[in-house]
Design a protein around this ligand. Structure first.
Ligand SMILES: Cc1ncc(COP(=O)(O)O)c(C=O)c1O
Length: 409
């Protein structure tokens, strides 16, 4: 008799959903498809040679350490390197405030395991990062989603009468919309968290990828400035970082920065998940941070991505001005397009048949919506392919709008 797994899964497992994006990406893998669907760094920006050399050096000088089990908290010199970058921005971080995670995706998972009970209220942006929804849905929270505007999450609309467990926010060039939280709202959110005693989960993979405008302080920096030496005992911001977008996602190095009491619990939860993140890749990452290779690669990274962002914005302007609107991100990897009258989920199959792909926006909403929206990634394609892809997409959108039933008022 075949095994009926559906009767065996734990109740929390039934809330696990396949990542729609990972499923879509399988359909867009044909080389003739111009895909704006992924969210990957451009392969040509990866510091391949530096990683190869660092790896060879590590394996010839300290293989017995780099290939051995390591502490759950993470490799101390790596935590020191990461801490130094926050200390520069006036956050009084010690290595005890950091746990290295297997990508910041694991940070999200650990936040879910340690902080979410069934029915807890979590405020998110709408749209928001789909990987967070995927990590937290098994814990059965109630998501309260607030539609983002040009200045990110409208924090003034958070219902302070509710017992909020945490607010999840992507302050810089949000995935998927590309918008950033304004400075004023950053201050407002930190003050609200302290006055009304909720936690902020700040997910910040993109800050270094800024192509225009001024760098804005992280929420954890604003909080540290407010609390001074009391930050470690009074802090309420859990900040997630990663090297995936500025070094290499395959290293799977991320971190949680938080008050040390919270970090201790994340460490215990991580012990049960994977004991520790890869020792070898932590050694490699530490080398590239210590010898300056990581930051030396930033100007190249920014040049490549700035050109691609500008190309996509220009192409959209040329091909879709009268038919759609879109965000103008100052950084990150994504543009968010809204095309009135369309159902982008339905349009997806037609687009892939015509060899262009995007992610339908509805995937990024905790409670549904976003039918007329799509996420466009600009980092993975060279400018000429971006132009060609947007032209194809433009034809498809314009044709679909012409065929769409007119809504009666
Ligand atoms: C907002 C956000 N958080 C977390 C992640 C996970 O990144 P990683 O696990 O590679 O660090 C991503 C990846 O795209 C992201 O966009």
């Amino acid at each position: 008799m075949s095994t009926d797994w559906t009767t065996l899964w734990a109740s929390r497992t039934r809330n696990i959903r396949a990542s729609a994006i990972r499923e879509l990406l399988k359909l867009t893998a044909r080389p003739e498809v111009i895909s704006f669907a992924g969210g990957l760094p451009a392969t040509e920006t990866l510091p391949i040679q530096a990683i190869t050399e660092a790896c060879a050096r590590i394996l010839s000088t300290c293989p017995e350490k780099a290939l051995q089990y390591g502490p759950t908290e993470g490799h101390l010199p790596l935590r020191e390197q990461i801490a130094a970058r926050y200390i520069k921005n006036c956050v009084p971080v010690t290595p005890d405030n950091l746990v290295i995670t297997t990508g910041s995706q694991q940070g999200l998972d650990l936040v879910g395991r340690t902080l979410i009970d069934h029915g807890d209220l979590i405020v998110t942006e709408a749209p928001t990062y789909v990987g967070a929804l995927q990590a937290w849905r098994p814990c059965s929270p109630v998501f309260i989603d607030l539609p983002v505007d040009h200045d990110g999450m409208p924090v003034e609309r958070i219902d302070l009468g509710l017992p909020i467990q945490f607010v999840y926010v992507l302050p810089n060039f949000q995935n998927p919309s590309g918008v950033s939280l304004s400075l004023e709202r950053r201050h407002q959110l930190v003050e609200m968290a302290h006055r009304h005693r909720f936690i902020i989960v700040e997910d910040d993979p993109y800050r270094a990828l800024r192509y225009s405008g001024e760098d804005l302080p992280a929420l954890v920096e604003i909080e540290a400035q407010m609390l001074g030496s009391k930050w470690d005992t009074h802090g309420r911001v859990i900040h997630l970082g990663t090297l995936s977008k500025v070094m290499a996602p395959g290293l799977r190095i991320g971190w949680i920065l938080a008050p040390s009491t919270a970090v201790r619990m994340f460490v215990l939860a991580k012990q049960g998940a994977d004991l520790h993140s890869s020792t070898l890749t932590q050694f490699i990452a530490e080398t590239l941070m210590r010898d300056g290779t990581m930051e030396a690669n930033y100007p190249f990274l920014l040049k490549v991505y700035r050109e691609r962002r500008d190309t996509m914005l220009e192409a959209l302007h040329e091909d879709l001005s009268d038919h759609a609107s879109w965000t103008h991100p100052e950084g990150g990897l994504f543009i968010w397009l809204t095309a009135p009258g369309l159902h982008t989920q339905q349009l997806f199959t037609k687009a892939v048949e015509r060899n262009v792909a995007f992610v339908p926006g509805t995937n990024f909403f905790a409670n549904g919506g976003g039918d007329e929206t799509m996420r466009l990634n600009f980092s993975c394609m060279p400018p000429e392919r971006i132009r060609e892809g947007i032209e194809r997409l433009g034809h498809i959108i314009i044709q679909a709008q012409a065929e769409a039933p007119v809504k009666s008022s």
